[in-house]
Every structure is written in structure tokens, then in C-alpha cells.
Design a protein around this ligand. Structure first.
Ligand code: ASP
Length: 313
């Protein structure tokens, strides 16, 4: 049986990727902090007015996708072919409905497209060129290619392209890539949980690569009876760990809090893994959980009593 969340309790947590530190991050800490604070504020203002966890998650992620400093929507990483391929997913813990999109381009807010699939179609998971056509039919906002490519990501692409090791087939030369993702989890006044994740993927990756972020149960999972979870890190590690569901299931089977579950799955169960892993969550008691094994994870949270923004441990 699920636990009953005290009516009226609201909470939101956002993340903007777990991974290694970079010179760019160090130089832009105030912009990152402001972006995280704006995103958590966008979601919280919806929750405060009695809006749904699902709408709060979408609003927080739209704010991060529109902010070019984050690797999602505008500012997405470029593949080795020099184009943007975005992935996103969203899940409603009330009825376990989900929407997810993989390898889409020109969609201004992939999270809104995923949410629209959930709301108004019987489709759950779409990808590729036809998905973009469906988005247009659904009235989802599109932008030209130039909107998505930022100076920062273009420079990162050029730097990789200039390296001898990256000439030839990328999949044969797969190295540790810089990556980034954004995500949000929320609890609304009615006790409903929701989670969402959106990404531009990994820098200079093989075109067509799909990470964890669009996969329900891996990048995103929500169930009112257990928890809402959004993950980030090296997708190749998160996928085989079925990370988001794994964390929610740990809450259920261990009967622990979301913080204990995230710590257990990321820091204990996967202690031997070399890949970056991070997750945020809210459990059905309304507790917040945040944990990561990397140098940093951009994150912010807000409840009626608490507000915080952090990048490092
Ligand atoms: N998980 C994302 C991916 O593998 C990247 C990230 O979260 O930083 O595409």
C-alpha cells in the first residue's frame, strides 16, 4: 500500500546534470545558480497555486531548456555530425502515464512534446523525423537549427573535431564524453508525484546514440505509491541499472526514504562503477533525496520550509 502524503505539502527538486567539473562551469557559476533558481521557482509557483506536479515539472524543465547554459533544448550538445539530437521524458505518478521522445530536433521544448503525447494522444514513445512531424501536427513550437547551437557547444564540437583520436568512426573511438541533462521531480498539494528529464546528450557522440533520459524507468520514473525520480550521468551505466525504477523500487522493498534509496543504489550498489551517476527524487512521504558520485551535480530544491541551490558537494 502506498503511504498517504499530508495534503498541502508541496515540493520540487531540479537538477542540471552530474559529471566532472569543467573550466566553463567554474567561470559561469552565478549563471548556473540563477538558472537553477529560476527553474525551481517556475515549478514552485505552479505548485503554490494548487497546480499539478506534472505541470510544475514541465515548467521547471522548460525554463532549463530555454536557458542556453544548460545541455537541453537550446544549448544542447552537438553530435559528431554537428547536429542536435534531443531526448526527453515525463511521467505522472498518479496514473503511471508517460510520454517520451528520442532523437528529435527543431522542437523548442522536447519536454512539452513528451507532455503533450501523454496528455492528448495514445502514443507513449516516439523518435526520429516522423516524431518531429507529429509534434508539428500537435502544435508544438519549433525553431530553426541555429536557435539550438550556442557558441559554447560549437567550440566544444570544434575542439573534439580537431583531435586526431576522434577522426574516423566515433563508435570505435568512444571516449569518456562530457555530458549534461536537466530534470525535475515534484509533489503537488493533492499528493501527486511527477518526474521529467530532458537532454542534449553527450558531446560529439555517435549520431543516433540514445542515452537514458528518454527511457521510462531509467531516466525518469514516477509512482505515487513509491517515488518520483529523475537521473543523470553516463547513460550507458544508467540504462543497465534501470536506474530510476531501481531507486523507486528500493524505496518500496527496503521501506526506506528516497535519500536512503538513492544513496544505496548510487553510492553502495554501484560503488565499483566508473561512470558518473546522479539522481533526484521525492518519495510518497514528501521527503526529498539528492545524491551523486561525480565531482558535481547542479541542483536546486524548494519546499514550503526550505530552498537551496548547489553545484558541488
Ligand atoms: N544521461 C545523459 C545521457 O547519457 C547525459 C547526462 O545525464 O549528463 O545522454
Amino acid at each position: 500500500m502506498g503511504k498517504i502524503v499530508p495534503i498541502g505539502q508541496i515540493a520540487i527538486v531540479v537538477h542540471a546534470g552530474a559529471g566532472e567539473d569543467t573550466e566553463f562551469i567554474l567561470k559561469h557559476i552565478p549563471e548556473y545558480e540563477k538558472g537553477l533558481s529560476d527553474a525551481v521557482g517556475a515549478g514552485y509557483s505552479i505548485l503554490k497555486k494548487g497546480g499539478s506536479a506534472l505541470d510544475a515539472v514541465e515548467a521547471a524543465i522548460v525554463s532549463l531548456e530555454d536557458n542556453k547554459i544548460f545541455n537541453a533544448g537550446r544549448g544542447s550538445a552537438l553530435t559528431a555530425a554537428g547536429n542536435v539530437e534531443m531526448c526527453a521524458s515525463i511521467m505522472d505518478g498518479k496514473n503511471k502515464k508517460a510520454g517520451a521522445v528520442a532523437i528529435v530536433n527543431n522542437i523548442r521544448n522536447p519536454i512539452s512534446f513528451a507532455h503533450e503525447l501523454l496528455k492528448s494522444t495514445g502514443l507513449m514513445y516516439m523518435g526520429g523525423i516522423e516524431a518531429v512531424e507529429t509534434a508539428k501536427d500537435l502544435g508544438i513550437k519549433t525553431e530553426p537549427d541555429s536557435y539550438f547551437v550556442t557558441d559554447h557547444q560549437w567550440k566544444a564540437f570544434e575542439k573534439e573535431r580537431a583531435k586526431k583520436t576522434n577522426k574516423g568512426k566515433i563508435f570505435e573511438k568512444y571516449l569518456k564524453r562530457l555530458h549534461g541533462t536537466v530534470g525535475a521531480v515534484a509533489l503537488d498539494v493533492e499528493g501527486n508525484l511527477a518526474a521529467g528529464t530532458s537532454t542534449g546528450g553527450t558531446e560529439y557522440c555517435q549520431p543516433g546514440r540514445i542515452g537514458d533520459s528518454s527511457i521510462i524507468g531509467v531516466g525518469t520514473y514516477a509512482d505515487n505509491k513509491t517515488a518520483a525520480v529523475s537521473c543523470t550521468g553516463d547513460g550507458e551505466f544508467l540504462i543497465t541499472e534501470v536506474m530510476a525504477y531501481n531507486i523507486a523500487a528500493t524505496v518500496k522493498y527496503k521501506g526506506c526514504t528516497i535519500q536512503e534509496a538513492i544513496d544505496h543504489v548510487i553510492l553502495e550498489k554501484n560503488e565499483d562503477k566508473t561512470g558518473d551517476m546522479g539522481a533526484i527524487g521525492i518519495d510518497s512521504d514528501g521527503n526529498i533525496g539528492i545524491s551523486f558520485n561525480s565531482e558535481r551535480m547542479h541542483r536546486a530544491w524548494r519546499t514550503r520550509e526550505d530552498f537551496g541551490v548547489k553545484i558541488y558537494k
